[in-house]
Design a protein around this ligand. Structure first.
Ligand code: 13P
Ligand code: SF4
Length: 365
């Protein structure tokens, strides 16, 4: 999807970090309780310090749905802002400070290819027994698709509960767009590779034999996160070699071989709690986006804990990184001037079914 963010005026790009901070502070004070700034854990510190609430994608969706703020500035990526818009009432306005903050994984499944896959699966198996589940990291159109077809959304926090729910309702799950979250969750539920097949949307029948489609419990969309796929088993081996008492904690978007070798696996919020719960003096290697790891490392150092990135090469999420203090300042000052910029507004018909899918998820956990 093409999303265009024009360049900011020079008054923002040329401003010093201190000047931007003063201006954000003043705009926030002016907007008061009518404003809610949400910050995903991958945001830079210069943005995160202004967040009224921090969270993983599940937690932020919950906070947005319970919020009464008139203006919600979502410091995260596009699919998160869309979900916030869907879960709030029409009078509430959701804004994304940089419209180019998308998610490359979310872009790996689009409505047309998912509908094609659905029709192809329907030709070889009883489609009424197939439950579509989309990861939160997907467009509103895909959330609407699963809502209409009796499925639900899941996040890395609740994927297991949502997949349990799905398999109570059917025999098979079509899971998109992240094959790794689907596979890792399937294994955690006791399934094996024999129960799973990867659906390649570029190939006829997903590149599978009819018998595979019929027999498998999980059809996993061939999608991945470019940040998390960088973590390799060799990184876990090196961490254990260099720090024999290390605890390895990774996000479930990592590949199966990495997750298998890790000590703990969970969402960004889970990772934060795991570090907080570790005793003083411990060493923790974290497999997720670098801004979160760096923030954790700074916090944990105060408690005499060592936190480092599992991948020694910096591993940022380039789209999360697009949100900076300048864009945040711009959105807030425009609001103060009575102008809404970068509103994320999901069309009513899409929002109706996407809300069904999101509310199913929120009711499950
Ligand atoms: P969380 O739901 O764990 O915050 O993950 C979102 C995400 O995009 C991870 O890459
Ligand atoms: Fe998307 Fe990966 Fe960035 Fe998460 S880390 S927002 S899945 S590209």
């Amino acid at each position: 999807m093409l999303r265009l963010q024009g360049p900011l005026p020079a008054g923002y790009t040329d401003a010093s970090p201190d000047a931007l901070a003063d201006r954000i502070r003043a705009a926030k004070a002016h907007l008061g309780d009518s404003l809610l700034i949400l910050g995903h854990h991958y945001q830079r510190d210069e943005v995160m310090v202004w967040a009224d609430a921090r969270g993983d994608s599940y937690g932020l969706a919950r906070i947005a749905s319970a919020s009464e703020a008139r203006w919600i500035v979502f410091c995260g990526v596009h699919f998160m802002a869309e979900s916030a818009d869907i879960l709030t009432i029409p009078d509430q306005v959701v804004m994304l400070p940089d419209l180019n903050a998308g998610c490359s994984m979310a872009d790996m499944a689009d409505l047309e290819s998912v509908e094609e896959a659905w029709d192809e699966i329907a030709r070889v198996t009883d489609i009424d027994r197939v439950v579509p589940i989309t990861y939160m990291n997907s467009s509103a159109a895909l959330k609407a698709f699963v809502g209409e077809k009796g499925g639900a959304v899941c996040t890395s926090t609740n994927a297991r509960a949502v997949l349990d729910w799905a398999l109570d309702r059917g025999d098979k799950v079509l899971f998109f767009p992240d094959q790794h979250l689907g596979r890792n969750t399937g294994y955690a539920m006791g399934f094996t590779e024999a129960d799973m097949r990867v659906w390649n949307p570029r190939l006829e029948l997903g590149g599978l034999e009819e018998v595979d489609v019929k027999k498998s419990t999980f059809l996993l969309w061939k999608g991945h996160c470019s940040v998390h796929q960088r973590f390799r088993p060799q990184h876990v081996e090196e961490a254990r070699r260099d720090h024999p008492r290390v605890t390895v904690v990774v996000h479930p978007e990592c590949a199966r071989d990495v997750v298998e070798m890790a000590d703990q696996v969970g969402s960004t919020d889970f990772i934060i709690k795991a570090v907080e719960a570790a005793p003083a003096g411990s060493t923790i290697a974290v497999g997720t986006e670098i801004h979160l790891v760096q923030r954790l490392a700074a916090e944990a150092a105060k408690d005499n804990k060592t936190v480092f990135s599992l991948d020694p090469l910096i591993c940022p999420c380039s789209t999360m990184f697009r949100i900076d203090a300048a864009h945040l300042c711009w959105v807030l000052e425009e609001l103060v001037a009575g102008r809404v910029v970068n509103q994320i507004s999901v069309p009513d018909e899409t929002a109706k079914w996407a809300r069904v899918a999101l509310e199913r998820m929120l009711a499950i956990v």
